[in-house]
Write a protein that binds this ligand. Structure first.
Ligand SMILES: [Zn+2]
Length: 310
């Protein structure tokens, strides 16, 4: 006979986890409306279901393609984690890093780059979920911080596209201190009077939500993205209750005033460009051809009229 007995029934697990990444093959079944979509149609539609507007998760480089007008300049491409704690959970952290590098072709879970968004020279940091859940370790923190410093030095606005499970536990406190470091850098960007737009995509959770994801002058989310601090599964297990439908999704957070806008990926670039212009950013002058030589006119400062803060 058992001495102790659980009186509460454990909550039932979800029937099935829906795949959010675009699968391989010629045809893709939309996890939301179950329609078969031709793979190329999906690609031309920025990986949004043409029938029901389900947003498939996209990679960091793909994201930059959807935002920039054309080419971009990538920074700190070769920055890599050194596994400072020699951490091992079910596998050594070093082998997780190696596997993610091979799978994504990136050295860590973020790309920082500069390019033009509708003619506006901008620094964009884009997170890669396929790299250890887009987790924020020392490299992610450092690359974002350097990106912000570049924005301040170059008088450019900043866009960060968040897609992350939170801080990288394999780097312990070192990953947690990135939250403070990035926030400090964002404060300097604010003092310089430069705009910062945060784009929250599915999922944006943990330490990323608790730091830079919610600090934008404008916080824009993609439809139905999971945004929260602890995931719904953790909350359900803690309070032993089913959460309401749509909890921690973009639309729910918009209704509660946690974010400013929910924007379809296909309109994201236009909305960001308009917002940046509204906040004082100007287009880069178009190149002028002089006697067969391509030169640019002398560039005025990007934000010439912004008042200095006291
Ligand atoms: Zn669909």
């Amino acid at each position: 006979m058992a001495w102790f007995k659980k009186t509460k029934k454990p909550i039932a697990a979800k029937a099935k986890e829906k795949a959010s990444r675009v699968p391989e093959g010629l045809w893709v079944k939309c996890p939301d409306c179950a329609q078969a979509i031709y793979n190329k149609d999906l690609a031309t539609n920025l990986n949004v279901c043409p029938k029901c507007a389900h947003h498939f998760r996209i990679g960091a480089a793909e994201r930059l393609r959807t935002l920039f007008d054309g080419e971009w300049t990538e920074y700190d491409k070769d920055l890599m984690s050194t596994d400072p704690l020699s951490f091992t959970d079910t596998k050594p952290y070093k082998s997780r890093l190696k596997a993610s590098i091979a799978a994504t072709g990136l050295k860590d879970a973020i790309i920082t780059a500069s390019g033009t968004i509708d003619g506006i020279q901008t620094i964009v940091a884009s997170m890669e979920y396929e790299f250890i859940g887009g987790s924020m370790g020392v490299v992610v923190g450092e690359k974002i911080t350097r990106g912000i410093e570049r924005a301040v030095d170059g008088n450019m606005p900043l866009v960060i596209v968040c897609c992350s499970g939170g801080a990288r536990m394999m780097e312990g406190a070192l990953s947690l201190m990135q939250m403070a470091k990035v926030c400090g850098a964002l404060a300097r960007l604010d003092q310089a009077g430069l705009p910062y737009v945060a784009v929250l995509t599915d999922p944006t959770t943990g330490g990323v939500t608790a730091s830079f994801a919610m600090l934008g002058d404008l916080n824009i989310a993609e439809p139905k993205a999971l945004i929260g601090f602890a995931g719904p599964r953790v909350i359900e297990q803690t309070i032993r209750q089913k959460l309401p439908e749509g909890f921690q999704r973009s639309e729910f957070l918009l209704e509660k005033g946690m974010i400013d806008l929910v924007i379809d990926r296909r309109e994201m670039k236009t909305v960001i460009a308009n917002a940046l212009r509204f906040m004082g950013a100007v287009r880069k002058p178009a190149p002028v051809a002089v006697a067969g030589l391509l030169t640019t006119t002398s560039e005025p400062p990007l934000l010439p009229t912004l008042p200095q803060r006291s």
